[in-house]
Design a protein around this ligand. Structure first.
Ligand code: DOR
Ligand code: ZN
Length: 346
């Protein structure tokens, strides 16, 4: 069996920098046409100048002949100026501004503490410039249970935000709950959408503890109950245009995952398309796969759809236990497992 689909894009991707960038980028550029590149480097990418320089280093790191296009983002802080949004739009290189609530996840310590105060003029300028806000949707209050942080964020931040700024385009990134599905479906189509990762479609929170602690299944927002996973699968396989592919592929070296305080992040770029195809096939919705992988994202961002195609063949292939690089190893999602769908250029 074989499927030919329009080349997908990845609307949520961590490419890192330096050696790690060079090591991981082929796994995205092999399959995807474009990627929304997250700005949570050290230091974070807070200015247009830094984003443009980061874009150059990504282009240099691409394998020869690759036509992958990085779509850059800015990291929002309490001190980002409205003028920076004008510069970002003018550069033609920047396609979104990422909101990390301070302390929510990897390298978010410089994130936002005062969205409705200090950041309001920036959000208003983003409406002017038609620049989407990409949201890590979790509260950081340590008294809120880690499994409730997305729902509390929706109730206390996102819902008030869209009521106050109904013309702001918002992508709720890597949704993990039935609450997020309901929220996105309740908003005006074309203004609020969500990305969905392979792990939140395939795994529930039991996978964190299966036979012992499983650090390679740890990401943020953390995996949730099975009912939430099922709600997300139903949403994406329904054919709704509000949901699109965003892997949140977030590589960390094996030694930084398998240690006393392991990093959050799942490296899924090598397996993402195989896993999305598995989810849609199991739901009897392979006919809806292409819109999710290749149409809904560019349509929301107002960008053209890709014109080239890729093939997905139903042929078993074994995921490596790890990928070795000069500096160390990275363990991918589904390491050592046999997957059924194999992507290649058409
Ligand atoms: O699991 C995660 N890893 N979630 C994030 O929000 C950030 C990411 C990373 O950069 O490693
Ligand atoms: Zn991410």
């Amino acid at each position: 069996m074989e499927l030919t689909i329009t080349r997908p894009d990845d609307w949520h991707l961590h490419l890192r920098d330096g050696d790690l960038l060079k090591a991981v980028i082929p796994h995205s550029s092999n399959h995807f046409g474009r990627g929304i590149v997250m700005p949570n480097l050290k230091p974070p990418v807070t200015t247009t100048a830094a984003a443009v320089a980061y874009r150059e280093s990504i282009l240099k790191a691409l394998p020869a002949g690759s036509d992958f296009t990085p779509l850059m983002t800015l990291y929002l802080t309490d001190t980002t100026s409205p003028n920076e949004i004008k510069l970002a739009r003018k550069s033609g290189a920047i396609f979104g501004v990422k909101l990390y609530p301070a302390g929510a996840t990897t390298n978010s310590q410089d994130g936002v503490t005062d969205l409705f105060g200090k950041c309001l003029p920036v959000l208003e300028e983003m409406i002017e410039q038609n620049m989407p806000l990409l949201v890590h949707g979790e509260v950081t209050d340590p008294s809120v249970d880690v499994f409730d942080r997305e729902k509390v964020f929706i109730d206390t931040v996102l819902q008030p935000l869209i009521e106050r700024l109904p013309l702001l385009k918002v992508v709720m990134e890597h949704i993990t709950t039935a609450d997020a599905v309901r929220f996105v479906e309740s908003c005006k189509e074309g203004f609020v959408a969500a990305t969905v990762t392979p792990q939140h479609l395939l795994l529930n929170r039991n996978s964190l503890f299966q036979g012992g602690l499983q650090p390679h299944n740890y990401c943020l927002p953390v995996l949730k109950r099975e009912i939430h996973r099922q709600a997300i699968v139903s949403a994406v396989t329904s054919g709704s245009r509000r949901f699109f592919l965003g892997t949140d592929s977030a590589p960390h070296e094996k030694r930084n995952k398998e240690c006393s305080c392991g990093c959050a992040g799942i490296f899924n770029a090598p397996v993402a398309l195989s896993l999305y195809a598995k989810v849609f096939e199991e739901a009897g919705a392979l006919d809806k796969l292409e819109a999710f992988t290749s149409f809904n994202g560019p349509d929301f961002y107002g960008l053209p759809r890709n014109t080239s195609k890729i093939k997905l063949r139903k042929t078993p292939w074994k995921v490596p236990d790890s990928y070795s690089f000069s500096f160390g190893e990275i363990v991918p999602m589904s390491a050592g497992q046999t997957l059924e769908w194999k992507p290649s250029f058409a």
